[in-house]
Write a protein that binds this ligand. Sequence first.
Ligand code: NIG
Ligand code: FE
Length: 376
Amino acid sequence: MFVGTGREHDRRYEPPDMILDAVGGTVIPGFVDPHTHLPFAGYREGEFDRRLAGESYSQIAGSGGGIVATVAATRRATSSELLQLTLHRLDRQLLCGTTTTEAKSGYGLNLETEIKQLQVLREAGQRHPVEIVPTAMPAHEVPEEWRHDPDGYVDVVVREIYPAIAAGCLAEQVDVFCERGVFTPDQTRRLLADAKHLGWRIHLHADELCDLGGASLAAETGAAAASHLLHASHEGIAAMAQAGVIAIALPGVSFFLRDRFAPVRDLVKAGVPVAVATDCNPGSSHTESMPAVIALACLGAGLSSEEALVAATLNAAAALGRADRLGSIEVGKQADLVVLDAPSPKHLVYHFGVNLVRHVVKAGEIVVRDGALQPH
Ligand code: NIG
Ligand code: FE
């Protein structure tokens, strides 16, 4: 990427063969979404209505809804159905300015479907301009058939599912949902030790519904990032700062579930880099839009608009181990750019609820022009 004046450019290089009109606009780095559950089938809008009427996420999960419902639909979906759904979501992400996204398995919870989800991500990455960072998450929930023996399922993950994913080179990272009623800190330690052994970067869903010491566990296990953190303790936050763990705030989940927001001010004060992500999934945050979560990160959680922009770009790239190449507009970095139809990036928050993305450039190619996807 070259950054400088037009005259300087033309002295050193051939004149450009493409010109994008950014007059009156603002050029920012392409958004990096560091936490999504993209390859899922089926929707849960009925559940959403029940929540609006007052039932809690846990009550609904306890009566056959929740992750289990999406697992059933995702197991039933064919690879090509799942691929179409995933490509469609990637289109929406791109139209909203996301040029790189993390995406997890975790709605399979068995060997066959976890592999199916990750193969779909590989195929989608070959067909779509959005760069995908694939994460293995067979420990997203204890599947119904193992409810009587969660340790038995952890055995299956470690002995069968992780090795098969590693053998197919289908993931770069691993994620575990450490939560009361899901995986205990000890089970999480075992899963992560094994994942580390396989050479994967570690992410954690931590302290979402209660303080289980997830933030400290992320520090102890050398995680690159911990997500959610609504109930993270002061000690946990200090441990993350000490160990250099990045916090991924998911303000879309707080908004969607009408819950509290992550303590982003405490995290920033403690020196923990904060990233933001959509957590795009059918149960707790059904959105592909980084601008939507940027607005919520400011208006709900309390980041400044500058902090939120860094959280959605450079800090998010760092959470995915890509800060050397992505996340900022710098000489030597890849040209992943968004031209906003706005005079400053503050309008992402100030002018909320509309899509301000005019053009998107991914790795030097124009992929969205005047708000329309370009053929790829
Ligand atoms: O990241 N926290 C756990 N898992 C998802 C929600 C999954 C679902 O409800 O389908 C999340 O919020
Ligand atoms: Fe998640």
